[in-house]
Design a protein around this ligand. Structure first.
Ligand SMILES: NC(=O)c1ccc[n+]([C@@H]2O[C@H](COP(=O)([O-])OP(=O)(O)OC[C@H]3O[C@@H](n4cnc5c(N)ncnc54)[C@H](OP(=O)(O)O)[C@@H]3O)[C@@H](O)[C@H]2O)c1
Length: 246
């Protein structure tokens, strides 16, 4: 049971994915122990080389795999997503719903202290932030993510739902514009910026139990509304010794 301890072990669910790998880079210099998941044994060596302290091969359609993944973890960073598939359009059984809900259920039983979920601008009340044609082709996964967001909000866990705009693989900008309330910001953001926000969220009182839309300042499109100021706990993303010197 992890709830009463100082956070020290983080699960990156979907560490083999593009955001997951950025999360590994962000968490590597910290004092946090990192457990990474992938569905493929072929990814294990790479994830270890990229800084994972433990790698678990897990398929989150299986609730037992979700239970094993969160065991003894204090924080969950969920960067799961459906690979290219017709199911983005049609919906049905998607990891964005079933897998995330399995993880949330396991996290409740484990009493994890904070659950961070990478959702998307376009989900729920943020639908106006995603262009209509794009929304049409991912309507199945948007609705799956909406259900997962709802499950997380109702779980009783402390959470942050991060809804990024269109993801890029550009270097981090460090300038993230945050909106809240759905009808807020729209545009793009490097995965590296999303990873920093996700890693800092559990240590950021401003981010507690909130659903935040994020884009980078230079990726903004249109005029942002409902922009909020969040004092991200970036100092937690360095090692303790380094923090003392700062
Ligand atoms: N593309 C965009 O512009 C955009 C915009 C906003 C939000 N998002 C969302 O952001 C999230 C991250 O996107 P990304 O492109 O960075 O990630 P990604 O590269 O698509 O990685 C997805 C991860 O999910 C894992 N996964 C998939 N099905 C799984 C299952 N059944 N059990 C366990 N793991 C499973 C994959 O593991 P394996 O390696 O084992 O397959 C991989 O690690 C997604 O939810 C995506 O929808 C995307």
């Amino acid at each position: 049971m992890a709830g009463s301890r100082t956070p020290d072990r983080v699960l990156i669910a979907g560490a083999s994915g593009a955001t997951g790998q950025e999360l590994l880079s962000v968490l590597r210099p910290t004092d946090l122990a990192v457990r990474a998941t992938t569905r493929s044994y072929a990814n294990v060596d790479t994830l270890e080389r990229h800084g994972a302290d433990e790698v678990l091969v897990a398929d989150f359609f299986e609730s037992a795999d979700a239970v094993a993944a969160v065991e003894d973890c204090d924080i969950v960073c969920c960067a799961l997503g459906t690979p290219p598939s017709f199911r983005h359009v049609t919906g049905g059984k998607l990891v964005d719903r079933t897998g995330v809900v399995n993880l949330v259920t396991a996290a409740v039983a484990e009493e994890v202290s904070h659950f961070v979920f990478e959702s998307a601008i376009g989900v729920g009340n943020s639908k106006a932030g995603m262009p209509f044609p794009a929304r049409l082709v991912v309507r199945g996964s948007l609705s799956a993510k909406r259900d997962a967001e709802t499950a997380l909000r109702r779980s009783g866990l402390q959470y942050t739902i991060v809804r990024p705009g269109r993801l890029t693989n550009e270097p981090p900008t460090g300038e993230v514009v945050v909106g809240e309330g759905g009808d807020s910001v729209s545009g793009s953001i490097p995965r590296a910026d999303v990873a920093r926000v996700m890693a800092a969220a559990p240590f950021t009182p401003d981010a507690r139990n909130r659903t935040l839309e994020v884009v980078s300042r230079d990726g903004l499109s249109g005029t942002p509304t409902n922009v909020v100021s969040v004092d991200w706990a970036d100092d937690r993303l360095t090692a303790a010794g380094e923090r003392r010197r700062l």
